[in-house]
Write a protein that binds this ligand. Structure first.
Ligand SMILES: [Zn+2]
Length: 291
């Protein structure tokens, strides 16, 4: 028998996709101006459709954090994602790092995004994920804005050291943030704790570039030893080896382009090895109603 389907009693993990195009990546901000986005050849719809096929074959529901910019230009894509039973959430509008914004600019960005995504999907948005996980110590004020603008949970605080993001001392598993403006569920990026340090295990460049065994070991460890779900994340451009290459430095080139050809196959394997569902189901939040 080679049937490696996870046992039905296994922990259900959260699958998430940040729906953005290959040119939206924060590390390309210096070489791709926002003004040029509309002139570039978009690949987000076809790549997201390929992800939808992968999820459908595996019978998995995911949370799709949609960029408002994408929702305004490809509303039929967002409707397709929602109609296939996936959760629709927000990735902001303009993909700007939150710690570069003023509170006024951030409020404008999330409000515009939520409206665009709800209009395109016909569903209420509960969740938010910041571009490049950019909620850090100095941008914690964004939590108040998210609460005031009607979000129920956030999935942007990575408890690690990284050159662009992370709050290393923050909790590793879902927790409630209590603020003067109300409360918000935080669903952090997933890590294993080894030698007193948190190591990311579930998605992005780590998934493409480290051996698959690292991700598998990490998720298994969190599920079995800690009895907690992990939050896996990917992007439509991560399964597209043919995307146009940006003129960036060697380090950024490696970080963003290495391993693109193996991501789709690895993702399919991951969906066989573990159970996954949307964040709203894993966290038992009220189903999203019509917007
Ligand atoms: Zn993003």
């Amino acid at each position: 028998m080679t049937d490696a389907r996870p046992a039905s009693g296994a922990i259900v993990n959260a699958m998430t996709v940040d729906v953005e195009d290959y040119f939206h990546v924060s590390a390309f901000d210096n070489v791709v101006s926002r003004a040029s986005w509309d002139a570039l050849d978009s690949r987000v719809a076809r790549n997201t459709d390929r992800l939808l096929e992968v999820f459908e074959r595996a019978g998995v529901r995911s949370t799709f954090f949609v960029l408002g910019w994408v929702a305004d230009r490809f509303p039929a894509l967002i409707r397709r994602i929602a109609d296939q039973g996936h959760e629709i959430a927000s990735h902001g509008y303009n993909h700007q790092l939150l710690y570069m914004l003023t509170p006024k600019q951030f409020r404008e960005d999330v409000r515009t995004a939520k409206t665009a995504i709800e209009n395109a999907s016909g569903r209420r948005v509960m969740g938010f994920r910041a571009p490049s996980y950019s909620i850090i110590e100095s941008s914690m004020w964004t939590i108040d804005v998210l609460i005031e603008e009607g979000h129920v949970y956030d999935s942007s605080i990575f408890p690690i050291h990284h050159d662009r993001y992370g709050i290393p001392s923050s909790p590793r598993h879902p927790y409630t943030l209590q603020r003067a403006s109300g409360s918000l569920l935080e669903v952090p990026g997933s890590t294993v704790r080894l030698g007193g340090v948190n190591w990311p295990i579930a998605g992005g460049g780590y998934f493409r570039q480290l051996p698959y065994a690292w991700t598998k070991w990490g998720i298994d460890r969190v599920n079995r030893l800690e009895r907690e779900p992990v939050v896996f994340y990917t992007h439509p451009w991560e399964i597209d080896p043919d995307q146009p290459r940006m003129r960036v430095g060697a380090a950024t080139r490696v970080r963003h382009y290495r391993g693109l050809e193996r991501t789709s196959g690895r993702l399919q394997r991951l969906l066989q090895d573990f159970r996954f569902d949307a964040i709203s189901s894993v966290m038992d939040l009220a189903p999203s109603n019509a917007a």
